[in-house]
Design a protein around this ligand. Structure first.
Ligand SMILES: [Zn+2]
Length: 159
């Protein structure tokens, strides 16, 4: 996944009730309605109503960005590399406002990828041996899974 940054909500549309100006959010490529079969299953985060979009447009087929009258395309539902973005509220995760922006960005893509890979995909169990190559956001996410006791041995690998 391409990095998702932590962002602050500047304004909300008239139908948005779960977010307000000033909220800290993390944009995600995969939206969540909380009501469809997949969202309620607890087994997947592939929402049937708010999927990953690859056409550069919002779900209604429009783009909310342009430059000199020419349409610009959103990057994967949320355009996280833009200074400002318009995004469907279902593609945002509200986070605790006490978290510093610089630290909150760490929680977005990399950390959740490592955490989810170890917990949900690999289903690492207590007592398993896990090799974590690199302790960036993904590697630290793997180490935070609570379902197993983590013994970390640091070794320098030289090629
Ligand atoms: Zn859903």
């Amino acid at each position: 996944m391409i990095p998702c940054e932590c962002s602050m909500v500047e304004s909300v549309g008239e139908n948005v009730i779960a977010l307000k100006e000033g909220d800290l959010v993390i944009p995600t490529y995969l939206g969540e309605c909380g009501e469809c079969e997949n969202c309620r299953s607890g087994k997947t985060n592939l929402c049937l109503e708010h999927p990953l979009t690859l056409n550069g447009l919002m779900l209604d087929g429009t783009s909310r960005m342009s430059i000199r009258g020419q349409r610009l395309y959103h990057l994967f539902s949320c355009s996280t590399w833009a200074g400002y973005m318009v995004v469907n509220a279902n593609y945002l995760v509200k986070i605790d406002s006490r978290i510093a922006l610089s630290e909150a960005s760490f929680l977005s893509c990399g950390f959740s990828t490592g955490y989810g890979a170890a917990w949900k995909e690999a289903k690492v169990e207590k007592g398993s041996s896990v090799a974590v190559l690199g302790l960036g956001a993904v590697g630290l996410g793997v180490c935070m899974v609570k379902e197993y006791d983590m013994y970390i041995e640091f070794k320098m690998l030289q090629t």
